[in-house]
Design a protein around this ligand. Structure first.
Ligand SMILES: Nc1ncnc2c1ncn2[C@@H]1O[C@H](COP(=O)(O)OP(=O)(O)OP(=O)(O)O)[C@@H](O)[C@H]1O
Ligand SMILES: [Mg+2]
Length: 596
């Protein structure tokens, strides 16, 4: 008996829609691209429940006439290509005629539109592929307005996989941001639960648009333009060394007006930055490549995020050279904004307030302000790397962990008895243990020690915090600020006291005393994307990234202290992010290498 079933149109449409529409952000991507293709100069997005309840988009583009309105929700209905040759020379964002069909298949959609020539507007209502109605409406301006409600009402499995509002809104903001960078001449606004998250006026300056949407200082952005060869031109905005991130989340590649992901291009640009960036720090960059449309294929993935490029390696080599030239010519000097520079006069305070455009000092608790003559930034309890005696450590050990387990494994025994023989590259501590060479990664080890100490202090409610007399100011992106709003209380309980400075910056007033680089630590925590992954353990884990860095020179007593402290850790052999802290190299392994 035949096992083959021909699927019904209903199932086919849901499968097809599933490839294009995965979450509210995918609906927004398609609608936004349509509004951009329609040459709008103003696009407004209004969302409820991160788009799960309502996605409402308004544009002032070309509009759709009555006849087209009847067909555009059909599959493969498009005005953007006609024949196969067009497919290889695409200049618009859309071309498949899939998007509206897919959205209509899994939601309730009302679209109103009017063209320049028509007297009246028309409204079409589609629900799960069914046409509910088509009627004239009082739509008296040119453009299109779409309301998408009840997303995935007929595909409950997909609905179930939607994440919390904060996670979904984060997806949406990450999706919308690149389009706002691509189209500086379009005025964008986005509001969620009646709160405006994006409001960007049109501008002629790419640098100003980028600085606004990503909340970066214009003075730290470098603009460059270059003709890479006869066919390819490049426009770029590169962050200088003052913009460092702990992840590659501020990096954008655009080809022919489309945001794309291309590992090869990203790798090469990051590689150029390695010349000027410290280890573990990633830059901001946005590169806009314009090349003949026939040299790229955007039709390799349903979401068009990936593109195939002809002569990709050659392009990367040219790009690399251009980025390097631009950076080396214009990269600014590192600005020291840390509170360790000692502002001594009253005027320093006021100039800092003026700089942020905010009166944070009025909001800050009085004891966070520096009194004249008061020692600046004095740690409240404890300075990192005061070298403890073994007795202190034994005391610390029993305080932290109670009675230590006696069943230590052999690596632990070796570590206990090992003798310090040196340091390699200020990164690795070398110890001799009988017939083994033990190599400690000083950065990973310091992270493990700091992590366990912070967790222990949190559990015992004895968290040591350091007050900053002048707060650190952190300018945040919109997703970072939204996450901060959600977790600020938890951050406070974790030692990071913060206050808002307007809608896009915060002041950091205290931090766990054990954290050496609190600004970096806080950025690391706020880059989590969603509050779902922000429990105390995760906050501590992320925070301790600011411990001793590879390359920091340590004195011999400091190294010995690190060795002893590591021994006292509950889990001395991995850093809190899962990397090993110690490796052992046996004498027999070395003998083999020397063919003995
Ligand atoms: N906001 C809009 N303004 C004007 N026309 C629109 C708008 N949205 C959709 N259209 C018209 O509807 C057609 C179908 O849109 P749809 O998004 O389904 O397909 P597409 O954009 O052509 O291709 P793709 O599936 O790749 O997005 C478009 O080709 C365009 O003519
Ligand atoms: Mg489209």
């Amino acid at each position: 008996m035949s096992k083959i079933n021909i699927l019904s149109p209903d199932i086919i449409s849901k499968i097809a829609a599933g490839e294009v529409i995965e979450r509210p952000a995918s609906v927004i991507k398609e609608l936004l691209e349509n509004s951009i293709d329609a040459k709008s100069s103003y696009i407004e997005l209004i969302l409820e429940d991160a788009g799960k309840t309502l996605i409402h988009i308004k544009d002032n583009g070309t509009g759709i006439d009555h006849d087209d309105l009847q067909t555009i929700f059909n599959r493969h209905a498009t005005s953007k290509i006609k024949n196969i040759d067009d497919l290889y020379a695409i200049m618009s964002l859309g071309f498949r005629g899939e998007a509206l069909y897919s959205i209509g298949a899994v939601a309730d959609v009302i679209m109103q539109s009017k063209t320049e020539d028509e007297k009246t507007g028309w409204e079409i209502h589609i629900r799960g592929c069914e046409r509910v109605g088509l009627k004239p409406c009082s739509f008296n301006k040119r453009g299109t307005e779409i309301k998408v409600r009840e997303l995935f009402f007929n595909t409950p499995a997909r609905k179930k996989f939607l994440k919390s509002n904060s996670a979904e809104i984060n997806h949406i903001l990450n999706l919308v941001t690149p389009y706002t960078m691509l189209h500086k001449n379009i005025r964008f606004s986005l509001s969620h639960q009646n709160k405006t998250l994006i409001d960007l006026a049109e501008t002629d300056s790419l640098v100003s648009r980028i600085s606004q949407v990503l909340n970066l200082e214009e003075q730290n952005l470098i603009y460059g333009e270059q003709k890479l060869n006869q066919d390819v031109t490049l426009e770029m905005v590169l962050g200088d060394i003052n913009i460092t991130r702990t992840r590659r989340d501020l990096q954008y590649v655009f080809i022919n007006g489309r945001p794309v992901e291309n590992k090869n291009i990203s790798y090469h640009i990051n590689n150029v930055y390695r010349l000027i960036m410290p280890q573990g720090a990633y830059p901001f960059f946005a590169v806009f490549i314009h090349m003949p449309p026939e040299d790229i294929d955007a039709n390799v993935h349903p979401t068009k995020r990936e593109v195939k490029i002809k002569n990709e390696n050659f392009l990367c080599a040219l790009l690399r050279q251009a980025v390097e030239q631009c950076l080396m010519k214009s990269s600014g000097t590192k600005q020291i904004s840390s509170p360790f520079s000692i502002p001594n006069t009253q005027s320093d305070k006021s100039s800092r307030s003026a700089y942020t455009g905010s009166s944070f000092e009025a909001d800050a608790p009085h004891d966070m302000l520096r009194e004249p003559g008061q020692a600046y930034n004095e740690p409240v309890f404890h300075q990192e790397y005061t070298v403890p005696s073994s007795q202190d450590l034994a005391q610390e050990q029993s305080e932290f962990f109670g009675t230590f387990s006696t069943s230590r494994n052999s690596l632990s025994d070796k570590l206990t008895n090992a003798k310090l023989i040196g340091v390699f590259q200020n990164k690795y501590i070398l110890l001799e243990a009988d017939t083994e060479l033990l190599v400690i990664d000083q950065h990973a080890a310091a992270e493990r020690i700091t992590f366990e100490q912070i967790i222990t202090q949190m559990q015992k409610h004895t968290l040591e915090v350091q007050h900053l007399l002048t707060p650190y100011i952190l300018n945040l992106t919109i997703p970072e600020f939204l996450l901060w709003e959600e977790i600020k209380d938890k951050l406070g309980e974790s030692g990071f006291e913060t206050t808002p400075l307007g809608n896009d910056a915060i002041g950091l007033h205290t931090h766990p005393a054990l954290i050496k680089n609190p600004e970096q630590a806080l950025r690391q925590i706020l880059s989590a994307g969603s509050s779902d992954a922000c429990d105390f353990d995760t906050i501590a884990r992320r925070a301790c990234r600011g411990s001793v860095m590879a390359g920091d020179k340590m004195s011999e007593p400091e190294i010995k202290a690190l060795h002893l402290r590591l021994l006292n850790c509950l889990d001395p052999f991995t850093c809190p992010h899962g990397r090993p802290t110690i490796i052992e190299i046996s004498e027999s392994f070395l003998a083999k290498q020397f063919l003995r």
